[in-house]
Design a protein around this ligand. Structure first.
Ligand code: NDP
Length: 309
């Protein structure tokens, strides 16, 4: 079994920055992750990351990844299912049953896109169903798409999609949006966007790829001919599997102190998955750096834990 000094779970801004710091301290570091780049990948225009006037999220994350790899971070693609505490250190078990031993862990897997949980959604995920308009919009040139949701993500996705698609249905379950007023006003004026309010998602249908999307309300049901369905209905934290190991808030965020320590000595956490206020790329990067440096201190003997009582 492979032995690491640090296993980082998640490869967003927090996880990749943590890896840069641990690798530069010559700690043997692996990042176990389902995807690379995290939430920042979903943003096309970043204007508040210092050092860059304007940079697309995917470009910024690609720089993070290259830097982490350059310093020696190993990337393991997979989903962690279990963390077992040993006498010294931890064993991390993946869904595919691979296991890795490590002295410390940094939890940095952020949030997960919420799913509609309707028939056809899983079957066509990656074949017309997407949770990332920034990544997939260019595939829908002259096509018809549906965007689901009423928050800033959904409205911004609809706006972005008008640059490629010939028609965009914006489908929301209530009769008013929760996005910013400025964005709502802009969307209402866009000719390619047809707004459908008070409609719930019902089913995604197709053959090899998405061909239609059925929606319903109290009185009616209708099927829209679409080539793509963009699910933009917010995010959720998947931390339930950790609750016997670290303290969580009622909403599932991992409780940390100002040094990114969790309630479990040797386990640190950083970024959107934690209680740190403001979910921003620059903040996640800073938190990742702190968690990386704290892991180093811990391995060097500073094993002080917080008294969570
Ligand atoms: P939000 O939680 O703000 O909105 C989610 C939307 O999806 C809501 O309109 C909700 O409906 C709807 N929804 C939730 N579950 C379902 C479901 N099962 N079926 C159908 N519809 C559903 O998430 P966002 O991702 O839009 O935004 C998250 C945060 O990030 C917000 O604070 C937002 O302001 C921020 N953000 C900011 C941006 C910016 O400033 N440029 C860009 C993107 C996000 P309902 O309204 O009925 O609850």
């Amino acid at each position: 079994m492979e032995n690491y000094d640090v296993i980082i779970i998640g490869a967003g801004a927090a996880g990749l920055t943590a890896a840069i710091y641990t690798c530069r301290k010559k700690l043997k570091t692996a990042i176990i992750t389902l995807d690379i780049g995290g939430q920042t990948m979903l943003t096309n225009h970043i204007e508040n990351y210092p050092g860059f006037d304007l940079i697309p999220g995917p470009e910024l994350m690609s720089k993070f990844e290259q830097q982490a790899s350059k310093f020696g971070a190993e990337m393991i693609m997979g989903e962690v299912e279990l963390i077992k505490k040993k006498k010294i250190g931890f064993t991390v078990e993946l869904k595919n049953k691979e296991t890795y031993d490590t002295k410390t862990i940094i939890l940095a897997f952020g949030k997960t896109a919420r799913r509609m949980n309707i028939p056809g959604e899983d079957k066509f995920f990656g074949r017309g169903v997407s949770t990332c308009a920034t990544c997939d919009a260019p595939f829908y040139k002259e096509k018809t798409v549906a965007v689901i949701g009423g928050g800033n993500s959904a409205l911004e996705a609809a706006e972005l999609l008008t640059q490629f698609a010939k028609k965009v249905y914006l489908i929301h379950r209530r009769n008013e949006f929760r996005a910013d007023e400025v964005t709502i006003e802009k969307i209402k004026k866009m000719k390619k966007i047809e707004i459908l309010l008070n409609w719930l998602p019902e089913e995604v249908k197709g053959d090899k790829f998405v061909e239609s999307f059925t929606i319903k309300n109290a009185k009616d049901e209708k099927t829209l001919k679409v080539d793509g369905v963009f699910v933009e209905i917010g995010y959720e934290l998947k931390t339930d599997w950790l609750k016997s190991l670290v303290n969580l808030t009622d909403s599932g965020e991992i409780k940390i102190d100002e040094r990114c320590r969790t309630s479990q000595a040797g386990i640190f956490a950083a970024g959107d998955v934690t209680t740190v206020p403001f979910k921003q790329t620059v903040i996640s990067a800073g938190e990742g750096a702190k968690a990386g440096l704290e892991s180093y201190k811990y391995i060097k003997g500073d094993t002080t834990a917080i008294d969570w009582k």
